[in-house]
Design a protein around this ligand. Structure first.
Ligand code: 13P
Length: 239
């Protein structure tokens, strides 16, 4: 599989379901690399156990901007790394909406992640209102400000997830996404790996999969069941 697939399980799944799904994905993947599981934080340790020694990787859905210290309720990035996370989502729109922070907060979060050896997956994207107002590029520019100063393009992933495409069944068009990829690469560098996320299904993934500008996918709802995830992976294996 040439494209990377990040499965963002959000808080959709219970304990048993998570372990079963992780085991089924391990079996499906065999020796194929490129699948990353993003379970909710309290389930990271049990998923780490299931994927140990396999080709499947794991990441966290967020992490603290701080390292060890008095930060009750936050997720220690160093511990996440020790637990087996290779990746961490930074600034998912559901996080940005739940606890609004300036864009610089998320760049600082990516900085700390890099310091402890995690690969940040920085989520960017505009709302429907911002797109309709012609502000999509400006919004994304603001979300990325400062990232170019802290990391080389091959040290992180960008996930372009327009807010209006998340969980709505309305994926962005290939044209919308490739235009945004070109814009992001013009700022961050050609080598920047960009994922697309937002209502990815087996029906929509094929058109994106043929685009060299798109390095992979960040999949929410459809990644939480084998009946919807495996058909996506089948498309990616054959394209
Ligand atoms: P959906 O695939 O459910 O639209 O979610 C996208 C997403 O938020 C992945 O991070």
């Amino acid at each position: 599989m040439h494209k990377k697939v990040f499965c963002n399980w959000k808080t959709y799944l219970g304990v048993g379901e998570t372990q079963t799904l992780a085991a089924e994905i391990v079996e499906y993947a065999g020796s194929a690399k490129g699948i990353v599981l993003l379970p909710s934080a309290e389930l990271l340790a049990s998923v780490a156990h299931v994927i140990e020694g396999t080709s499947v990787e794991m990441g966290a859905q967020t992490s603290s901007v701080h390292r060890h210290g008095a930060y009750t309720g936050q997720l220690d990035p160093e511990n996440l790394h020790t637990l087996g996370c290779q990746y961490v989502l930074v600034g998912h729109s559901e996080q940005r909406a739940a606890a609004p922070m300036p864009a610089s907060h998320f760049i600082a979060q990516a900085t700390t992640a890099l310091e402890v050896g995690l690969i940040p997956v920085i989520c960017i994207g505009e709302t429907r209102q911002q797109r309709d107002a012609g502000d999509a590029a400006a919004v994304v520019r603001e979300q990325l400000r400062g990232l170019e100063d802290i990391a080389d393009p091959d040290e992180f992933f960008i996930a372009y997830e327009p807010v209006w495409a998340i969980g709505t069944g309305e994926a962005a068009t290939v044209e919308d996404v490739t235009q945004m990829c070109e814009y992001v690469k013009s700022i961050m560098g050609e080598r920047t790996a960009i994922l697309y996320g937002g209502s990815v299904t087996a029906e929509t993934v094929g058109a994106f999969a043929t685009q060299p500008l798109i390095s992979g996918f960040l999949i929410g709802g459809a990644s939480t069941k084998t009946t919807t995830l495996f058909p996506i992976l089948d498309v990616l294996r054959s394209s």
